[in-house]
Design a protein around this ligand. Structure first.
Ligand code: HPA
Length: 276
């Protein structure tokens, strides 16, 4: 079965399973962001293994289910647990849920992740709004036959929505939350970087580094969605101390409450008609 047939079949199954839910906003919950998940008023929970053609997340700390419910006064669909290239999937497979969201009518994607800080001004626990990215994952999610209605050659000059970035900045200021901004670099993982690699990625111009988000943003843009991304800085690439997945989850959890405020108010203030 080709990818377009799979998308069609899964979208049909989802419409049936959810009573034709048609959220316009999708959220991807990154590692350890528990409070953000708790702030959603969930009405339907669907484990990934029940969904036809969905990959199943294999990472500890990524629960692996779709949540349908309300946040900030609007209908949303959220991924609790995402798929990563390092798990062995192609990026076309890891981004399959985004294709389904598009079929359900999603117009805006809000993504979160845990990331290592490369900018020396960043502190552990800081949040960074993603203003641009560098993609070093060696598998492109749009490689292969083009999936309509997206174009074959997709421009990414405006991948991260300026109006959502300035809205998030206004919300952070109102709540006295420190919000950094910067460039997110995605590499393949699953290893964290060596000290020399952290230095190299800083030289490339990145402010934070992680193993996700970029393929999802690319596919969401291909589907014409407006995108926003935010990283929690869970460890520092400046320090040569050894980073662990546990440490990453604990730091993400601490920032989770502030992240929940930003996402909730972003959604509350989002007017869906004036999209770019
Ligand atoms: N590198 C890559 N991915 C990460 C890191 C890191 O330092 N921290 C959290 N995710």
């Amino acid at each position: 079965m080709n990818i377009s047939d799979k998308i069609h079949e899964t979208a049909k199954w989802m419409k049936n399973r959810t009573g034709n839910a048609s959220p316009q906003i999708a959220i991807i919950l990154g590692s350890g962001l528990g409070s953000l998940e708790k702030s959603i008023d969930v009405s339907i929970e669907i484990p990934y293994q029940e969904i036809p053609h969905f990959p199943v997340s294999t990472v500890e700390g990524h629960a692996g289910k779709l949540l349908i419910g309300r946040l900030g006064g609007k209908d949303i669909i959220a991924m609790s647990g995402r798929f990563h290239y390092y798990e062995g999937y192609s990026t076309q497979e890891t981004t399959f849920p985004i294709r389904i969201f598009y079929e359900l009518g999603v117009k805006v994607l809000l993504a979160s992740n845990a990331a290592g800080g490369l900018n020396p001004g960043f502190r552990i626990g800081d949040m960074m709004v993603i203003t641009d990215h560098i993609n070093l994952i060696p598998d492109h999610p749009l490689r292969g036959k083009n999936i309509p209605p997206g174009p074959r050659f997709l421009p990414l000059g405006d991948a991260y929505s300026p109006r959502l970035i300035s809205l998030a900045e206004r919300i952070a200021t109102k709540h006295d939350i420190t919000l950094r901004d910067g460039i997110y670099l995605a590499d393949s993982g699953p290893t964290y970087e060596t000290p020399a690699e952290y230095r190299m990625y800083r030289l490339l111009g990145a402010d934070a580094i992680g193993m996700s988000t970029v393929p999802e943003i690319i596919v969401a843009r291909h589907c014409g969605m407006e995108c926003f991304g935010i990283s929690v800085i869970t460890n520092s690439g400046q320090k040569t101390s050894i980073v662990s997945h546990e440490e990453v989850k604990i730091a993400a959890d601490k920032a989770s409450a502030d992240m929940a405020i930003i996402f909730k108010e972003l959604i509350e203030n989002l007017s869906l008609s004036e999209q770019c």
